[in-house]
Write a new protein. Sequence first.
Length: 310
Amino acid sequence: MVEVDSLPDGSPEVQERPEDGVFILPTGYIDGHGLYHSEVELAPVNGKIEAFLADLRDDTYAASVVTGLLARCIKRIGALTDIDASLVRNMLVSDRSYLMMRLREMTFGRKVDVILQCPDVSCRKSMDITLFLDEMRIERQPLLERCFTMHLSCAVEGKEREQVEFRLPTGADQEALASVVHLDEQKAIHCLLSRCIRRIGEQTDIDEAVIGALPESVRSEIEAKIQQLTPDLEIELEGVCPECQNAFSAPIDLTAFVMTEIRRNVRHLAREVHFVAWYYHWSEQDILALPRQKRLRYIELLQEEIERHN
Ligand SMILES: [Zn+2]
């Protein structure tokens, strides 16, 4: 049984307050006591968090970076204030992606500029596309359960309508899959299904070999069901190539995009801290504790001051 500590989405009491960093998870979090939480308070990215990102090895998998980043930026989930990496790993994939999008908005603003390339091989022209994060429609589907059952529409080993029991993919699954997913997409799907499926008919001992032996149609059916329950944040950008007039759509991986963006900007961190410390004589720790936007605002003010005196 799941108890609800906050009202399901859609009721007037549950409102996002972006100015305070308060957001509602699209699916929601269930804690160890079975309590459901959906309201999250995010702290903006500050220099300490940027320093953490800067110190990561370049080959750190995005799923692990997301865990580390969210563990540092989530101040509260419902009534829970003791947020650590293991809690963030327990969050559903869709909720993690959603928070990454909101964190991006708080850190760099709502406007995202992406460069797309015309998919036509004889053209390949690059073009700039702008999207606004707060205009994106987010599918909300509060889920009070983590385990589900379904009946297969096709037979497995001669048995009709076998029942499948599964749980929904979490950050821990994303981390476990990270090393495979770029090398072999099919292996990654088998790995994910073997982790999430708990039972097929009478069989409870599910590993990758069991998944690999299933008919392709059965795997796709289960995968589609999981997708339907936790729609991941997928953004399709639509464009018309200015060169060849080819209309096309391209999916963008916003989480990967945000990671690259934050890590690219981190390169200037030491110089920025030095600049502020030089003029204000604040300690390094105090400067790093400033939200990124505030730090940049001080730098802007200093630069204006310096120009005025030159
Ligand atoms: Zn083109």
